[in-house]
Design a protein around this ligand. Sequence first.
Ligand SMILES: [Zn+2]
Length: 218
Amino acid sequence: MAETYCGKKIQRRRPPRFELTGGAVCLDFVNTLDDRYTNEPKELLKTYIDLARFGEDTGILRTREVDQLFTRSQTSPEEAKRALTAAIELREVMYAVLWAIVNKKTAPRSALMTLNQFVQEAAQHAQLVETNGRFEWKFEEALSFDAPLWPIARSAADLLASDQLAFVRPCAARTCLWLFLDTSKNHRRRWCDMTKCGNRAKFQRFYTRKKTRMKEQR
Ligand SMILES: [Zn+2]
């Protein structure tokens, strides 16, 4: 049976959609629950193919792998759905740990325990490979529905164990709060994306000032 969402058939091809402003795959992944802090959070991973597309957009999966996963998610929809549920669990424990960190709190133990399970599972599908005198983690070919989860979990582990962790920030727009890694020189970046949240905030400031001025003139 073809993968459907709300009765609509899912198309494999579509223009790039995920806004990758996080600076680390794990942060972009946390941001796939958009408007998280509003009354109506927006789930960007509605079907398994959304997850595979995220893998394609971020470069953790190759187009060929996404094609294969897409075809297989249509023949084994239950298995694909199980992997999507696991991906969302991974995302939420990553969020719980990172959100605690950005708020200078201790990470919740249960979330960290679950995250560790994902990290250990990911390690079983990766090996060190030498290229030009350097080593990197390479994940096995994405034949399993869980394949997108491995590099995501690995990315979270790398970030959490690095000095960069101190530079993870939530976007300053209160309705956004997307997480990003502030790699700017003076570490004073405020917005997930200047053209999106930054401009909106600027516009609001300008608009409020203008309104105040108009009131004052009355
Ligand atoms: Zn933002």
